[in-house]
Design a protein around this ligand. Sequence first.
Ligand SMILES: [Zn+2]
Length: 369
Amino acid sequence: MADVKFCVFCGRPPESKNKEHVLPQWLLKLTGDPNRVVSMGYNYKSRTEISFSWKSLVTPACEACNTEYASLEGEVRPIIEALLERDYLSVANYCTLLDWLDKVRVGLWLNYHLLMGNPTGITPSFYINSRLRKKDRFVAIYPTQEKNAGLNAHGVETLSFHGAPSAFGLRINNIFLINCSSDYIFSGRCGFPSPANMQLHLDGESSGYLQMENFKSTRKIKSPIFKFQLHKPSVFLLQPIMQSVISDIDQSTTILGGSPARDPYLLASTMKGMQPGVGKIYRQFKDHVARLDDESAKIRFDTITGSECKPAGQLVSQVYELQTYLQGIYSPLTENLETRKHWNQRQKIMKQLNRSISKSYINASSPKR
Ligand SMILES: [Zn+2]
């Protein structure tokens, strides 16, 4: 990877030769030999597994960014260790975990982009800084029976992920996490303002821009918060995040759809001490939702029993189904019929690829007949 000319965090040209490990050394050591070559998903073109050394997964970063993110790594380490022990964590800890997952997800996206020779022909238009704590996000946590140590990322190899790094799975030894972050995927169901329409400009001056209109808010929580149904996780935490636009004229920030400074419901539903509009964390239980107001409150693992226990392959397959679901949330906007046709074809291919990967995971995990 000699040709990397941007810092993964801020996107500016890195002024020094700092190397950032997308997945930190401590995590590699925790999950096996840090020099090992591992499988990381599936190459849909050659129908082979992608394998390489985790340790080689480095990209340049500015010194300032590196230092800033090193502290996040320091904070998250005991959190991951607690998860592996099925120990409780605080709401604030989980907020840190969500930040870290934003970092890893976007970092892997930028890396894959380079590693796989840019299969979708995109130029990265955002970096880790611009996706950290910026869109609705969640983490679903599944303890597994896995006896062997190991680290695997799932879903980062798909065309769908290349288009938008919205959802991925991360297995760390005997724990499996599904992490997702995308535009307004459940803000509305937390009672936050949410656009009735989201349309993606496919061409013209606004190409790649998501047009969002008719913001409405119900000020009521609806269960389930997230409509896509996951197998029951031991911990399922969701955080709505209001988006902002920055004025070109005076650089002022406007939160879309409403302001926590003026709306008591939003004030009560957002966190203090963060950028305005970052929602509190909501916990989804089987039949109800709780907004977690106390940041020091302990979150314990819910037990999963009987038919709620799913084989690892079924848990992993959800990542691919989730990516397909997320693709359908916004509609394309173009006057050009050819462009629309091309878009539709691509959507279809992405869907088929994800379906076939999902199926292969399910088949691999079902008992042989
Ligand atoms: Zn930087």
